[in-house]
Design a binder for this molecule. Sequence first.
Ligand code: FAD
Ligand code: DLZ
Length: 508
Amino acid sequence: MKTIRLILGDQLNFGISSLSDINPNKDLILMAELNEEATYVKHHKKKIAFIFSAMRHFAEQCRKKGWNVCYIKYDSPDNKSSFVKQIQYAISNFSCDKLCMTEAGEYRLRQEFEQLNKKILIPFEIRKDTRFFATEEIFREWANGRKQLRMEYFYRELRREYKILMNEDGTPVGGKWNYDTENRVSPDPTKNIPNFTQIEPDSVTKDVIELVNKSFSDHFGSLETFHYAVTREEALIILEKFINERLQDFGPFQDAMLTDEPWMYHSHIGLYLNIGLLNPKEVVSLAEQAFFEKNLPLNSVEGFIRQILGWREYVRGLYWYKMPEYSQMNYLDLNRTLPEFYWSADTKLFCLSQSVAQTFEHAYAHHIQRLMVLGNYALLTGVSPNELNYWFLSVYADAYEWVELPNVSGMVLFADGGILASKPYVSGGAYIDRMSNYCSSCQFNVKKRTGEDACPFNYLYWNFLITHEDRFKKNPRMSMMYRTLSKMTDENKKQIKKDAQIWLNSEC
Ligand code: FAD
Ligand code: DLZ
């Protein structure tokens, strides 16, 4: 039997289930650079270049193994633009008896492949994606019947099951499950941040950059520099350097932001994990090993492992548990359009212009920039879930709907009404000031609550609490905020609402 094995651009791993029983003499690997995938949202140029180059390198590695590969480049006359058409073309041009793939990571594509399965005349086997710690079924079993679906408890289950940072007696190493209280240290501008690990583009990547600049010139983002890994070997170098140089400081400075320092002590591996160049299990295992063998601080190692074993697994489980309804949720009825400066970085707010400019340059911003700067501002100004999801899905090199949507709709916009988060992640300027040095370069005064020169995050924050008082006043985690609000005079509140309205009318 000759089988076509379809490999998607985020399945670049030899352990992928669709390749487990490949017959090198007969089977054909099918990969294609597709317009539909590059434009279903208009992805950042760097993201497209990253994926196309990684796909070309993976195809070459398959060929080196002696496997038959049909690789359709973007400008090939055989390119049919979408998966469905490309598969139909392959079936009619290469005599084959079966189609096999690993399930797609996004709902939209799973639907398309299921529809196709009903139409095509050869057997079509869609296999489970085994690259995660938890299957979708495990999440469903854990979630069913629970009143609350908090990440922390799912994470603890996985820690127990996989015996990660656990003592023999079933207690967590160090005695606590979570060391977050130690992980909110303000940035230290005098401390040396290790250099970002740059991989020089080879001729394959250079060709792709030229192609992307030509074919996707109207997409957001810069391709003037390109230093991402595009093979597993290169991604492993980045991972190793993170473990050796940055992991020790990951915990305390996890939330910290500094002007012109996009990389801080983060790992920059999300994009590799999400396309299969790195495997989450190996990453967690190496981090745990570094704790035991190199004596790295537990708050840093646990904090890092929690991002991958906890958040990453949890959001994927939640996505498949709640789709397709999750993408339609809008608990706070937010309906404003996204401000233009999310595309241009042209804003007087320094924290936002820094975060957008870095996103434009690198297709990267770290978690707190995404959550507490870009996300927080969008929530405080009432940007609709559809608008914000489009932006986050298109601008980051690591963005796929299964991980982007729960973060944006759940964590940032509280659009799911509190399934993911127990309260909205909102803050005024004081939080950004504490965790960054941005405010000292900003024209607004972060210490002022109202007035023309007051930091807009301040009056927008209080305005948010006033606007949604009925919804959140009784939330125990917000009682302190509402106690402070209740001490304000009517005059103060009137001024807050007025300043917020002026800002929303003029700047949003
Ligand atoms: P590090 O900070 O070094 O963390 C290590 C790894 O942990 C990441 O690579 C990632 O795999 C995982 N991780 C950390 N936080 C999360 C999280 N909240 N959800 C899932 N995984 C997490 N992550 C994506 O992979 N794709 C996205 O499209 C995406 N969109 C986001 C949108 C918003 C609004 C927010 C607040 C977060 C989003 N995240 C997303 C999560 C997180 O911001 C990124 O994973 C992280 O910034 C990637 O950089 P890093 O590799 O340096 O991560
Ligand atoms: C993101 C992406 C892009 C930009 N281009 C391609 C492509 O040309 N060919 C391909 O096979 N995959 C691509 N991808 C990744 C897919 O969009 C991804 O497989 C789905 O979003 C499912 O997660």
